[in-house]
Design a binder for this molecule. Structure first.
Ligand code: MCA
Ligand code: AMP
Length: 507
């Protein structure tokens, strides 16, 4: 079934009631969503795009951007969201790799984005700004507001989400209508979504958490959203009395805890707080409970799999245990294996592998890579390391993939080291993740200059800022004479992490 059709079926009877209320005082009804997505879908249909065409979108968060996503599903094309922080080298790679037929960007970026897009063979480049201006809406305004959703099978592609690779370039995870819809339905049930729920949507909409978990969650329950264009802790607190559900990465909870107004009274109307995308510190989990009386529900997922595990909402299934990511969701099989490929007994630490209707179809145009990441019996290798306790709760204790998760965004050291190594005077570099009280983890770069060259760490950081998305920039950069190595000559990143572990520690 087309995911859009399933979401559309869940729209409430009263189509004139509010579907989305924005932080700049606009109200969108369910009828507005239906009509605008029809107009945009008709615009896409009129472009006569090839079957399976990709629609790549790098725009600021807005309700119209959501409409474009829904319209892409409705018209049967494939949505490709791109983080607004990505710079030209990053965008050039994504566009070159995905070969989208349509690119939609902010008006301010039209010059450089359209140049890259046309070079890669894209036929149409539109603009969409956060204030509802741009060529996309101008063109759609002439289209009919009636549109019959294109029929889709469960296995048909709905979206491609790029996730950085541990080695080499980013991989496009191909998610199907069936992946996304099955996960949305499971979560609706598992998290007890009910009539009258209102979601505060404060996350970006170019990754799984904000685009799928939060957005689908509200839509498939016909629930209203309070739409914040960016996360602002004071505004979230102000809106809580009118809401029931909030979702965030751990950094959002840390920042909310810094608000003196966060207490039992301000959260009294809330039903559910969901956290994920990065490890939630037990300290944050406990402090939240003490301040608000609410127990955060932590869950675990990936771009390749959408949601995999969740702490229970229903107390009959068990309590929400801090430091764990809960149980495999209904329909998900999860196992922990040793290096020899044997499943491990309860409590033992190993590689987490998963299978289920939510697991993606493979990496875009990377059949080899796809094969490597699946076991012979069809389990996807997550690259996360964890264990399952005697009651079935899963805990993630580390990662076998060299990945830093900073404020909920992924940073792959190999990519950043590649950029640093290309800078003049650099012989070698290593990027490690260290504790940070706000972002959870941040990257610290350690660089060896070429013989006779004097390099300045701040200068290297400044150079990187002009090339890479801001969240990938190392928070500090040190120059050293040598890096610690093992007998094989491999850099011992664990020793670097140990050396810099207190760099940002709370005083
Ligand atoms: C901003 N900065 C960051 C980050 N964000 N540095 C490290 N990590 C970050 N995440 C830096 C900027 O470079 C800038 O540095 C300074 O912080 C202020 O930037 P600004 O844009 O004003 O920051 P902000 O608006 O305060 O953003 C912080 C944020 C944002 C709200 C925590 O990062 C965010 O929305 N994170 C959520 C990401 C998310 O949705 N992840 C879900 C992925 P300077 O001043 O030096 O220039 S989905 C997923 O992971 C899976 C599948 C799952 O399970 O959900
Ligand atoms: P992404 O590549 O953005 O899809 O990030 C997926 C990764 O985020 C997973 O493989 C985990 O390493 C991490 N992740 C997501 N949720 C959690 C969580 N609740 N606790 C720890 N790590 C998490």
């Amino acid at each position: 079934m087309n995911l859009f059709s399933a979401l559309r079926e869940a729209f409430p009877e009263d189509m004139d009631s509010t579907a989305i209320e924005t932080d700049n005082g606009l109200n969108y009804s369910w009828r507005d969503l239906d009509r605008a997505t029809a107009m945009l879908a008709n615009l896409l249909a009129a472009l006569d795009l090839p079957h399976g065409a990709r629609i790549a979108v790098q725009v600021e968060k807005s309700v119209e951007a959501v409409m474009l996503y829904l319209a892409t599903l409705r018209a049967g094309y494939v949505f490709l969201p791109l983080n607004t922080a990505y710079q030209s080298a990053e965008i050039e790679y994504f566009i070159g790799n995905a070969e989208p037929s349509v690119v939609v960007c902010s008006g301010k970026n039209f010059g450089w984005v359209s140049k890259l897009a046309f070079k890669a063979g894209t036929q149409h480049v539109f603009t969409l700004n956060e204030d509802r201006t741009g060529s996309l809406l101008e063109r759609a305004a002439h289209c009919s507001d009636q549109h019959q959703a294109v029929a889709k099978a469960d296995d048909d592609l709905a979206a491609i989400l790029y996730t950085s690779g541990t080695t080499g370039r980013s991989k496009g995870a191909m998610l199907t209508h069936g992946n996304l819809l099955s996960n949305a339905r499971v979560l609706k049930d598992y998290w007890g979504w009910k009539k009258g729920d209102v979601l505060i949507h404060a996350l970006p909409i170019f990754h799984v958490h904000g685009l799928f978990v939060a957005l689908h969650g509200a839509l498939i329950n016909g629930s209203k959203m309070i739409w914040l264009s960016r996360f602002d802790p004071a505004l979230v607190l102000k809106k809580m009395p009118q809401a029931t559900v909030f979702m965030g990465v751990p950094t959002l909870y840390v920042r909310l805890l810094a608000e003196p107004g966060l207490n039992r009274e301000s959260t009294r109307n809330m039903r559910l707080f969901v956290a994920g995308s990065a490890p939630l510190l037990l300290e944050t989990f406990n402090e939240w409970k003490a301040r608000t009386g609410h127990t955060i529900l932590e869950r675990y997922g990936m771009s390749e799999t959408v949601m995999l595990t969740s702490n229970p909402y229903d107390p009959a299934l068990g309590e929400r245990r801090g430091g764990t990511v809960g149980f495999p969701l209904p329909g998900v099989s999860l196992r922990v294996q040793d290096e020899a490929g044997q499943s491990l007994p309860v409590g033992e630490i190993g590689a987490i592998q998963v299978k289920g209707p939510n697991v993606f179809k493979g990496y875009w145009r990377m059949p080899e890579k796809t094969r490597e990441e699946f076991s012979a019996d069809g389990y996807f290798k997550t690259g996360d390391v964890g264990k399952i306790d005697e009651r079935g709760y899963v805990s993630i204790v580390g990662r076998s993939k060299d990945l830093i998760i900073s404020g909920g965004y992924n940073v792959y050291p190999a990519e950043i080291e590649g950029y640093i190594n290309e800078l003049p005077g650099v012989a070698e570099s290593a990027l490690v993740g260290v504790f940070h009280p706000d972002f959870g983890e941040v990257g610290v770069a350690v660089v060896i200059p070429k013989p006779g060259v004097k390099l300045d760490g701040d200068g290297i950081v400044a150079e990187l800022k002009s090339k890479l998305a801001n969240f990938k920039i190392p928070k500090r950069c040190f120059t050293v004479g040598e890096l610690p190595r093992n007998t094989m000559g491999k850099v011992q990143k664990n020793l670097l992490r140990e050396q810099y572990k207190d760099l940002f520690a709370k005083s």
